[in-house]
Design a protein around this ligand. Structure first.
Ligand code: GTP
Ligand code: MG
Length: 522
């Protein structure tokens, strides 16, 4: 039997990040295809009858062809145990992406070859850079006209202040895209139209001496020139720098056409790290510890339940063992521990540091919670929360559906995508919902209807700033601007909604001793 150390060192846990539409979900799916985890790839934005991408499992994701929520996919490939986290690119869902990044040990940054670095890529890169995790770059969509690869490399270096190391090099792009040149083997992987994307296909391998039938001389001359430039340009490969996130290996390809994906997967697995220590706890410490980074209800029609996603940080998890839930101050047994393949699941008996597992959540977990072996006195930190910036009043259309409405809205709130408030001394007849990005309102509306059978009416409210009241005070007698609203969260903490920062300053100026906090921390 493999030792704990061996099991941990064959694990790779990474997140795929980028600006919307760069091709994260497509790449994820192709990695699964080459990893043998799925037999045939669906199409991300296929016709209604087509198969859909595995990781975009939510109904609304299938309809719109965008990712809304992060997806976890685990599979085995050539001795490695891989946990992929496919994240949504849209900024309205970035809270989910940021949290998910906390569960990863490295990141694959997908860049659209025609567009280069885009705003959301920038933000996500910063989050990775803060943690110094290794970052790998996949320049995608080479089957479309792309920018000059040297320009793209320069942009990465200048904007991100990191080194780049091209692992392969594109030969043409768009209609002219003929394949990639692999720098260490000096092989040419030829792209052909037959790469239609659904099935695994091996690229045909050539080299500089025998590639004339597939590479026109014009492109071959350009390649020879480029390779000389590359070799002379001082791109040095430094493994330590890769591990610290200071140097990003760069790959070129076309995820849609499966081109360059297998090559990427193999190199990536060799270069990326096994699970990294969290809070100085060595992953190979035998005692189990994990933190919750995501909660999601109703993932699977066959099991309408709520799953807490945990990243195991140390040791070995055993299904039968009792563990300690730090925030709940209770010993618990984790029910229905499971390995995840997007919305599909398989019950497991054991798992190791680096793995992402799902466990049944009867409503006891919150995002950020730690579960560990009692002997290990640890509380993991650092799951970011964002203050909502958009607010709306939401009520159900059918007054009979009170139970479903309350259940739905509070479960979705526990997932962390929305925050809910109500006016003091009223129940949850009308709920005030706060979100980081307005698309979350649409997701809420859709999910309440499809998962809980409740239609809602929504009225947008003009508030933009939220503050928790952090002192004893008689709220009714506070001197506030007339457009400031007093509300409570579901833990009955008092807070104020303001229409601008100016109104916050007014409240602080006019009410001596008033203390306001940006986040509620418990
Ligand atoms: N031409 C071309 N199109 C691609 C390629 N890879 C992805 N696409 C298309 O780009 C669109 C977006 O792809 P997704 O994989 O959904 O992008 P994403 O990054 O997951 O998007 P979000 O999750 O919504 O942020 C889809 O229409 C894909 O078919 C590629 O290599 N070439
Ligand atoms: Mg996606």
């Amino acid at each position: 039997m493999a030792s704990l150390q061996e099991e941990i060192s064959r694990r790779r846990t990474f997140a795929i990040i980028s600006h919307p539409d760069a091709g994260k979900t497509t790449l994820t799916e192709k990695l699964l295809l080459y990893g043998g985890a799925i037999q045939q790839a669906g199409s991300v934005k296929g016709k209604a009858t087509a198969k859909h991408a595995v990781s975009d499992w939510m109904e609304l994701e299938k309809q719109r062809g965008i990712s809304i929520t992060s997806s976890v996919l685990q599979f085995e490939y050539e001795g490695f145990c891989i946990n992929i986290l496919d994240t949504p690119g849209h900024q309205d869902f970035s809270e989910d992406t940021y949290r998910t990044l906390m569960a990863a040990d490295s990141a694959v940054m997908v860049i659209d070859g025609a567009k280069g670095i885009e705003p959301q890529t920038r933000k996500l890169f910063k989050v990775c850079a803060m943690r110094n995790i290794p970052i790998f770059t996949f320049v995608n969509k080479l089957d479309r006209d792309a920018r000059d690869p040297f320009d793209l490399m320069e942009e990465l270096e200048n904007e991100f202040g990191i080194g780049t190391y091209p692992m392969n090099w594109p030969i043409g792009s768009g209609r002219d895209f003929k394949g990639v040149y692999v720098r260490d083997s000096k092989n040419i992987l030829a792209f052909s139209e037959s790469h239609r994307g659904q099935d695994r296909i091996k690229a045909t391998v050539y080299n500089m001496d025998n590639c004339d039938e597939v590479i026109p001389s014009r492109l071959k001359d350009k390649l020879t020139e480029d390779v000389e430039l590359l070799d002379g340009a001082g791109y040095e490969f430094d493994y330590e720098a890769v591990k610290n996130g200071k140097l990003t290996p760069v790959f070129f390809g076309s995820a849609l056409n499966n081109f360059g994906v297998e090559e990427f997967l193999e190199q990536f697995l060799k270069l990326t790290t096994s699970p990294l220590a969290r809070m100085d706890i060595d992953p190979a410490t035998p005692a189990f510890s994990a933190f919750v980074f995501k909660i999601q209800a109703n993932m699977n029609k066959a099991h309408r339940d709520r799953i807490a996603f945990m990243r195991i940080c140390s040791g070995k998890f055993l299904r039968e063992s009792e563990y300690y839930h730090v925030q709940g101050n209770k010993s618990i047994r984790l029910a229905q521990p499971q390995q995840l393949m997007a919305s599909d699941r398989a019950i497991i008996d054991e798992a190791y540091a680096g793995d992402i597992i799902g466990v049944f959540d009867p409503g006891i977990f919150s995002i950020g919670d730690t579960v560990c072996d009692k002997s290990l006195n640890v509380k993991y930190e650092g799951i970011p929360t964002f203050a909502p910036e958009h607010f709306a009043a939401v009520e159900r259309v059918d007054t009979m559906k009170r139970k479903q409405f309350e259940k739905g809205i509070s479960q979705i709130a526990q997932e962390g995508a929305i925050q809910i408030f109500h006016e003091p001394n009223t129940g949850y007849e009308e709920v005030i919902v706060g979100v980081v990005g307005v698309l979350q309102f649409e997701v809420l509306e859709y999910r309440l209807k499809s998962e809980y059978g409740v239609d809602i009416r929504r009225r947008d409210l003009p508030f933009e700033v939220i503050r928790w009241i952090d002192c004893e005070t008689d709220i009714k007698s506070l001197n506030l601007t007339s457009d400031t609203k007093w509300v409570r969260d579901f833990r009955d903490h008092d807070l104020l909604l303001f229409t601008s920062e100016w109104c916050v300053r007014w409240a602080l100026d006019k009410n001596e001793g008033l203390k306001l906090k940006e986040f509620s921390h418990d």
